[in-house]
Design a binder for this molecule. Sequence first.
Ligand code: GLP
Length: 244
Amino acid sequence: TVIPSSIDASRAVAAEVAALIRQRQHEKRPVVLGLATGSTPVAFYAELVRLHREEHLSFANVVTFNLDEYYPLPPEHPQSYRRFMQVHLFDHVDISPANIHLPSGTVAAAEIDAHCRAYEEAIRAAGGIDFQILGIGRTGHIGFNEPGSSRRSRTRLVTLDPLTRRDASGDFGDEEHTPRYALSMGVATILEARQVVLMAWGQHKAAVVRAAVEGEMTPQVTASFLQEHDHALFVLDQTAAGQL
Ligand code: GLP
């Protein structure tokens, strides 16, 4: 789907998520959302907050699992994804803190594998992800599944690609202070979500969007694996769709 303005596109995706939340409320069932960070979903979260404030959208039945977190990085760090989520969504809605899940940026090195397995287990125990929100990095990554990530990958410690670190370095002051690692859901984890929406805005994403949508499915562009998902939608603005 191509929508000229990213703001309108973000509102449309938020409206779809809100409809799912309300439908589950009606059925008295929880809904499990997979959430993403970065500049791409900011307007999407702003619209969810507006719907909460102005249109009585409750998050009481919402369970969330974020894709990833920098490692090592404390949750209170201004650039942590935990902090991002608090600032853009969680601090402004009635979600229960017990329903919020992100990989931990402070887990001890020796505990990483167990932590990642427990994250996968928590997703399963919650019933799986109903609706997964994604952005896309210029390396073609979804979550932090950098080039080389297997189709079968699960939540794990990943090494960030130099291009990803360069793109993130503005947030951390310089490249030296930009984390080298992250904990990220795997490609297999993401593909198990029942419905997936990948959002991308701007000309700088046009080449990688084209590779993901029209290129071969390859671990070199992990977003390309969405081609095999029956309910995956790319929501693009005009410029991000410019090379299709
Ligand atoms: C980071 C995040 C991704 C995000 C990507 C693009 O690498 N881990 O989830 O999609 O950045 O960022 P932006 O949305 O700011 O372009």
